[in-house]
Ligand binder design. Structure first.
Ligand code: SF4
Ligand code: MSK
Length: 654
């Protein structure tokens, strides 16, 4: 495994990253890995035991070291559990706000496009538009596509500011789940309202009941998963096309020495979709050739990469921890960023090279970067201006500084819920029945959603890969999004050939259907696709009547962002056992952590857990899957499959 800076510590298992870190060391350029080494996390803050919600503090309430010592409280008397719950809840609020603001941006552009007030976007998936019309109980039969798009757009925009009632997509959940949410006052009234409510009640001197705070945090998080994030996914699919599986390439080796290299990095596909179009414009290609390049090479990074890979096959240069490294190749002419997961260090790294960092969103500017604002009424010309700036920068490359690791991997991505339905059930009888049948008969032991970021506090990519390899070896099919999906891509797990790493049951399914055992479902907003897939499994029948009955689990082994906490909490509130690795933000309060890890299951059917060791994490996930199989009475079926030597022989012969 690769070693870098601190020779005693393995920091990455990605060879391209290792090569770039060696270069950084030689050139004396600091990266996120070095800063993580130097900046030790504050243990009190990391455990959620520090409150800075008013100027009587900040107050630190770590657990007492001496037995019998009274528990510390804040100046206002706030207990460790209240402080941990408030900190946790504020992470949920921030994560929900981030995803949902993305969703709002998409909804506003969708509405403008539907009214014909903006060019460049159209309706690519009418079927899905009609589905949304039905969700909003619109008169779909008597509306033209244009009228329907306008009304759907208006309804989506209204979901954010709605003050009373329920968000529309809550009704997509299994009926039993909806009842539980209603009984516990957890159905979001409107997306923004729940964020504001949560920020209010975690203000100094408001909600001092950690359970009550956690319930509102769930209401807020559900407004993300079944609200803002789901709106983003659905409207993006309607405008840009619902993804279907396609091949692509991943890792820094996708950058090209002799072409203008542009990376789009961040989250919102509104602009990147237009950059894809601009890069294919013959005039732009001609312009690049005039400037001495062989063409224009567009690549993605972080979740924007997932979006444009799934819809256009645009290659991925890397995941979160590779952003500075892409600049360090010396061959990147423009790093185009919008929102979320963009490191401030990018501009400093770029100052050592010729790379232009271009910010595009008025909410996310960077000192010293070039700002070309995304003009929503004229997106294609904004995109052309950006591409032109990159082309103009090509001549400024210092050839002596160019080093592109010759490393990339093939991958298959774009498994939307609709595609899984189609692949498993066929065009005329598309359904989840074959998947349910294979779970019931035990060939597939269970389903795991493994999502989230990578974090330099653990060995880069490794925690995900160890966990996922162990899961598929045990016949657990994996659904993935975000930077974990990219880690899997780099390691070759997103290819049908990865079936060789699976247990016999899962391998037989992958080989028959021709799918990888790890299904790339998109960006972090697309975790909503996993909710819909879980709901489809329930509705198909035979696996209980709620998401919490399914032999299914969720994990974010290398999480780092507040969005991950919001995602985790909406999974838990939707009935899923959800594990985090690396660290957990409430460990300072045993009482509160115990409530999240044990108490919640009785109330919601789902619960949190923390396990830093990926193999132990896999064990816990598989044990939970087996517990659910037993409760469903399908544990015996799996035992029969495991003893089916005939099947094993057939597979081995194949
Ligand atoms: Fe300290 Fe209470 Fe103020 Fe928090 S709200 S900083 S615990 S006094
Ligand atoms: S980009 S939120 S590091 S998954 Fe969505 Fe990756 Fe996590 Fe950002």
């Amino acid at each position: 495994m690769a070693k870098t800076k601190n020779e005693d510590k393995v920091v990455t298992c990605c060879e391209a990253t290792r090569q770039m870190l060696d270069l950084a060391k030689k050139e004396g350029i600091e990266t996120v890995f070095d800063r993580a080494e130097k900046m030790k996390p504050c243990p009190i803050g990391a455990d959620g035991s520090c409150c800075k919600n008013c100027a009587m503090g900040p107050c630190r309430v770590p657990p007492s070291k001496k037995e019998g010592e009274p528990a510390k409280v804040g100046v206002c008397g706030a207990t460790a559990e209240t402080i941990a719950a408030r900190n946790f809840a504020r992470m949920v609020a921030a994560g929900t706000a981030a995803h949902s603001d993305h969703g709002r941006g998409v909804a506003e552009i969708f509405l403008l496009a539907a009214k014909g007030e903006v060019e460049g976007y159209g309706i690519k998936d009418e079927q899905k538009l009609i589905q949304l019309g039905l969700d909003f109980e619109l008169d779909v039969e008597n509306l033209s596509i244009k009228e329907l798009a306008i009304q759907v757009g208006e309804r989506c925009v209204a979901e954010f500011g709605q003050q009373q009632g329920e968000i529309a997509f809550a009704k997509r959940a299994p009926l039993k789940r909806q009842e539980l949410w209603r009984k516990n006052n957890m159905v979001p009234r409107g997306i923004d309202r729940e964020v504001v409510d949560l920020m209010h009640r975690t203000h100094m001197g408001v909600d001092q009941d950690y359970k009550n705070i956690t319930t509102q945090a769930a209401r807020c998080a559900l407004g993300d998963g079944w609200g803002g994030a789901m709106i983003a996914t659905e409207l993006q699919d309607i405008m840009f096309g619902t993804p279907v599986p396609g091949t692509g390439k991943i890792n820094l080796g996708v950058l090209k020495k002799d072409e203008v290299n542009i990376i789009v990095h961040g989250h919102e596909p509104l602009l990147s979709e237009m950059v894809v179009v601009a890069c294919q414009d013959p005039e732009m290609i001609e312009y690049a050739k005039e400037k001495g390049a062989k063409g224009i090479n567009l690549a993605g990074m972080c979740c924007t990469a997932n979006e444009i890979l799934m819809r256009h096959g645009v290659p991925i240069a890397g995941n979160f921890l590779q952003q500075e490294l892409a600049v360090m190749t010396g061959a990147l002419d423009a790093m185009v960023v919008d929102v979320q997961c963009v490191m401030q260090a990018l501009q400093e790294t770029a100052s050592n090279f010729h790379t232009k960092v271009i910010t595009t969103n008025p909410k996310a500017k960077m000192e010293d970067a070039t700002h070309i604002e995304f003009e929503e009424h004229d997106p294609i010309n904004t995109a052309k201006e950006i591409v032109k700036a990159a082309i103009d920068n090509f001549k400024n490359r210092d050839k002596s500084k160019i080093f592109i690791p010759d490393i990339s991997e093939n991958m298959v991505a774009g498994f939307s819920h609709e595609t899984i339905n189609y692949l498993l059930g066929g065009t005329f009888r598309s359904s989840y029945k074959p998947l349910n049948d294979n779970i019931i008969n035990g060939r597939i032991r269970g389903v795991a959603g493994v999502v989230g970021c990578n974090n330099p506090r653990t060995t880069d990519d490794e925690i995900h890969l160890t966990l996922i390899r162990e899961l598929i070896k045990n016949d657990v099919i994996v659904l993935t999004t975000g930077c974990v999906a990219m880690a899997c891509g780099k390691a070759g797990l997103l290819q049908p050939e990865a079936a060789k790493y699976c247990g016999a049951g899962l391998a037989s399914i992958c080989e028959t259907v021709g799918i990888p055992p790890v299904l790339h479902m998109g960006a972090c907003v697309d975790n909503s696709r996993i909710l819909i897939a879980a709901t489809a499994l329930v509705k198909e029948g035979g696996l209980g009547d709620d998401i919490s009955d399914l032999p299914a689990v969720g994990a974010a082994p290398g999480w780092m962002s507040e969005k991950a906490v919001a995602i985790g909490h909406y999974f838990v509130a939707s009935g899923v056992y959800t594990l985090f690795g690396t660290t957990f933000p409430t460990l300072g309060s045993k009482k509160y952590t115990d409530y999240l890890f044990n108490g919640l299951e009785e109330e919601w059917g789902g619960k949190w857990d923390f396990e830093p060791d990926p193999l132990e994490m896999a064990k816990k996930m598989i044990a939970h899957i087996d517990k659910k199989r037993k409760a469903l009475g399908i544990d015996k079926a799996r035992e029969r499959v495991l003893m089916d030597m005939e099947m094993r022989r057939e597979l081995e012969a194949g």
